[in-house]
Write a protein that binds this ligand. Structure first.
Ligand SMILES: *Cc1c(COP(=O)(O)O)cnc(C)c1O
Length: 232
């Protein structure tokens, strides 16, 4: 068994245990493997161990990998910050975009989504308490943005995403995730039909599943520590 296959198994086990503790079904928590900075060969090894969905943060790096792996039926998610000069490449090459925080960006993604592809799945990034990157729409502005994005023809608004600052301990980690869950419940009560809570990374995976994550974005725990080689 490769290290990546072993790590994937351990992550699935953590998800299953947290789901059970929350009386949820582990099948309701999708695993997105975050492959940024890792080579196409690592993605291929994860695919051979049963993983289909992969997340990338940097457009140029992602395009190289997507091209090198065209022989595999992979699902690509863009999870990085979105610059407006990169929306066309994102709209043409990905199935999902997490981290939409401005209407202007959503409008471009919709306009640039090729007609032969299904609508682009979108999550809005929300700046819940202690957001690590300070990015994301303010919680009180999320509803207006959600209604506007839901009206765009070539996007399908799926849910909310957050990247809270690393909390010390399980209770502190659960707080912003609970806030995101409550916000999604509120939006759904106001007529939106969101089904995705994109939250939880390697260090706060358990807290996210306990609070209702339906999609967790896991890099380090699958592929190991990242080496940015001075890039960041
Ligand atoms: C890098 C990244 C992840 C994965 O983080 P790990 O701590 O390596 O699991 C998840 N989400 C986003 C938005 C990221 O940028």
């Amino acid at each position: 068994m490769t290290a990546i296959a072993y790590n994937l198994q351990a992550v699935h086990q953590t998800i299953a245990q947290a789901a059970q503790a929350a009386q949820r079904r582990s099948g309701d928590v999708a695993l997105l493997a975050v492959s940024k900075t890792f080579p196409a060969a690592a993605v291929r090894a994860a695919y051979q161990a049963g993983q289909h969905a992969f997340g990338e943060n940097y457009v140029q790096e992602a395009l190289r990998k997507i091209d090198a792996l065209r022989d595999l039926p992979l699902e690509w998610h863009f999870i990085g910050p979105i610059q407006s000069n990169k929306t066309r490449a994102i709209a043409e090459n990905f199935s999902w975009v997490h981290g939409v925080e401005r209407f202007h960006i959503a409008e471009r993604l919709s306009a640039q989504r090729p007609a032969h592809l299904p609508p682009l799945n979108v999550c809005l990034q929300v700046n819940v308490s202690g957001e690590a990157s300070k990015s994301g729409v303010a919680p009180e502005e999320a509803e207006e943005l959600a209604h506007a994005v839901a009206g765009l023809p070539h996007l399908r608004l799926r849910g909310l995403m957050a990247v809270p600052a690393p909390g010390a301990g399980l209770a502190a980690q659960r707080k912003p995730f609970a806030q995101l869950r409550e916000l999604m419940q509120q939006l759904n009560a106001h007529g939106l039909e969101l089904d995705t809570l994109s939250m939880g990374m390697s260090y706060d995976l358990e807290a996210a599943v306990l609070e209702g994550a339906t999609l967790v974005r896991i890099g380090t725990a699958i592929f190991g520590a990242r080496d940015y080689g001075g890039k960041q």
